[in-house]
Write a protein that binds this ligand. Structure first.
Ligand code: FE2
Length: 203
């Protein structure tokens, strides 16, 4: 069964002004769709047809770079859409407590996401993740992902230029400031933490 482009969990205008409807239209409708299409085209030849996306990522890591890049980017974008929302949601008591232990406050998490995202060289992703009961900020380069690494991603922000160029041109810090201001979906992060294992791409 072919992988499908998942619907955005909100209207195209929901993330404005941080992320415009025009950016979401291209980013979801063109970029994410292309990663899905390429994954579907490559997965057949790799004898992984019918496997869940997470299994495809794991199998392709280190052995089939084209398939890995497209499968990981398909997963990362699905996770990213859910990491944002129209109006910032609340963290569960469990997540709030872990944030306090690891960072002192949610504002400090946002600050570190902004700093690590702004400082990340070239394209990639900045994450809030949990491993062994401890929270940390992580970065992955290009299409790399935390989907298959035995670490539980809670939230991510795409720092590829295509995520912000139409709205903020080359000013990545402005995009990060706007997204972390009031668009992070802490309820999604809380669900991921409570599950204890990495989110699964729907399908
Ligand atoms: Fe992207």
């Amino acid at each position: 069964m072919a992988f499908k482009l998942i619907d955005l969990p909100y209207e195209n205008t929901a993330l404005e002004p941080a992320v415009s409807a025009e950016t979401l239209g291209f980013h979801h409708g063109k970029h994410h769709q292309t990663y899905i299409d390429k994954t579907n085209a490559l997965v057949e030849g790799a004898d992984l047809d019918g496997k869940p996306l997470e299994d495809v990522i794991k199998a392709a890591r280190g052995s089939n770079q084209a398939l890995f890049n497209n499968a990981a980017q398909s997963w990362n974008h699905g996770f990213y859409w859910h990491s944002m929302c129209a109006s910032e949601t609340s963290a569960s008591d469990e997540l709030a407590s872990m944030i306090k232990d690891a960072f002192g406050s949610a504002d400090e998490v946002k600050k570190q996401l902004r700093e690590r995202g702004a400082g990340h060289f070239a394209s990639g992703w900045v994450w809030l993740a949990e491993r062994g009961g401890t929270l940390s900020i992580e970065e992955t380069h290009d299409g790399d992902t935390l989907a298959d690494q035995g670490i539980n991603p809670l939230l991510t922000i795409d720092v590829w230029e295509h995520a912000y160029y139409l709205d903020h041109q080359n000013a990545r810090p402005k995009y990060l400031e706007a997204v972390t201001k009031d668009k992070l979906n802490w309820a999604f992060a809380s669900e991921n933490l409570a599950r204890g294992t990495a989110w699964k791409y729907p399908g």
